[in-house]
Design a protein around this ligand. Structure first.
Ligand SMILES: [Zn+2]
Length: 296
């Protein structure tokens, strides 16, 4: 059997379930250390990004990755704290590409396709940028100096609106989605599960505990939860519906028989507080978590 052990040591390569880069573990309220949500999951040489909140592109580089390494992007939903760096990421990744990169693939609940088209489509809000970089001599020179060749390709990607079910079956991993419960019917939300031969990781996104996410998570090795606040605080101030509190996060992991522990991501308000009894798996401000396996 194999179990994950959430730690930041350096396990043998074969024992690595994956590496989670915590680009954003905040909320819509900016603080000096946190703002919005974004994670990158590294599975061997593949990098899967989940959400693209404020400044995710810059946070990506600060953590030691580069936009052209990200070939797969999944949106849980389209609140701005989860998607506002999307145009920046798309333009930067395209601008830095020199023709050797794989085509970016993007999935998310509706209106992912609609948003993408209106951002960088032929008549999109940012189309003037990439059109100018394709046509202007100076931009062509920059592209060639980076190693690219002319004519410079236009910005294009594969983008799909998806719902519950299998999202992508890669030869080394599979991503499956389930309906999450957040702020319907105004926004649709999805949770994602990634299965590989090394193990399973679930990104619940913004959601209240619900049967569909519990079912998706069943038997997973790690559950990543966006945790809003202390349970008691949320129940008193009316912020519990559609979101996960500290105790609910732990219960979600328990109910889904997550193999070892849930991995909680915190909101700024919790950083200064000590965990209450029954709360566990609270993650300090950290940017990189290597999930190693211990085989018995
Ligand atoms: Zn949200």
């Amino acid at each position: 059997m194999k179990y994950p052990n959430c730690q930041t040591d350096n396990p043998e390569e074969n024992d690595v379930l994956g590496i989670i880069y915590l680009l954003g573990t905040g909320t819509p309220t900016p603080t000096k250390s946190r703002f919005g949500t974004s994670y990158v999951l590294q599975l061997d040489k593949d990098y899967l990004m989940f959400d693209c909140g404020p400044a995710s592109t810059h946070k990506l580089v600060k953590i030691g990755l580069f936009p052209t390494q990200i070939d797969y992007l999944f949106f849980t939903h389209h609140h701005f704290d989860h998607n506002s760096d999307y145009p920046c990421f798309l333009l930067c990744r395209w601008d830095q590409s020199i023709g050797k990169e794989r085509r970016l693939q993007v999935w998310g609940p509706p209106p992912t396709k609609w948003i993408t088209e209106r951002l960088i489509g032929l008549d999109g809000a940012f189309s003037h940028d990439w059109k100018a970089r394709v046509k202007a001599q100076v931009s062509q020179n920059v592209h060639v100096n980076r190693g690219g060749s002319l004519p410079r390709p236009e910005l294009s990607l594969n983008v799909r609106d998806v719902g519950p079910g299998k999202v992508i079956e890669h030869n080394r991993w599979i991503v499956t989605a389930a309906r999450a419960h957040h702020v319907e019917p105004w926004l649709e939300s999805l949770a994602y599960r990634v299965d590989s031969d090394k193990g399973s990781i679930v990104f619940a996104g913004d959601t209240s505990p619900c049967e569909s996410v519990t079912k998706l998570t069943h038997g997973a090795d790690v559950l990543v939860v966006n945790c809003w606040d202390h349970q008691k605080t949320m129940e008193v101030n009316g912020e519990a519906p559609g979101q996960t509190g500290t105790l609910d996060a732990a219960k979600m992991a328990r109910d889904a028989s997550v193999k070892n522990s849930s991995l909680l991501t915190l909101v700024p308000i919790l950083v200064s507080r000590a965990p209450e009894k029954g709360e566990y798996g609270i993650l300090p401000i950290s940017t990189k978590v290597k999930l190693s396996l211990v085989r018995n």
